[in-house]
Design a protein around this ligand. Structure first.
Ligand code: FES
Length: 70
């Protein structure tokens, strides 16, 4: 088992597993979800990935879910 190297540094660390559930009806036209685990609004992206990428040289960004334009 790999030890250390946690990607989650601060989100719900008192829980054994971080699971978020959001109703599709509550998403509106567009929602951005954090994949860097640094957002203060987790599970939503707050743009903190930009600072993380600049600091570390990483290239992570959000998952953007949006309604298809008809
Ligand atoms: Fe984590 Fe944007 S803040 S992906």
């Amino acid at each position: 088992m790999l030890k250390g190297g946690h990607c989650n540094l601060s989100v719900k660390k008192n829980e054994s597993k971080v699971v978020d559930s959001i109703d599709m009806e509550d998403l509106g036209d567009k929602a951005s979800f954090c994949r860097c685990w640094r957002s203060a609004k987790f599970p939503y992206c707050d743009g903190t990935h930009g600072k993380h990428n600049t600091t570390t040289g990483d290239n992570v960004g959000p998952l953007v879910i949006k309604k298809k334009e008809l």
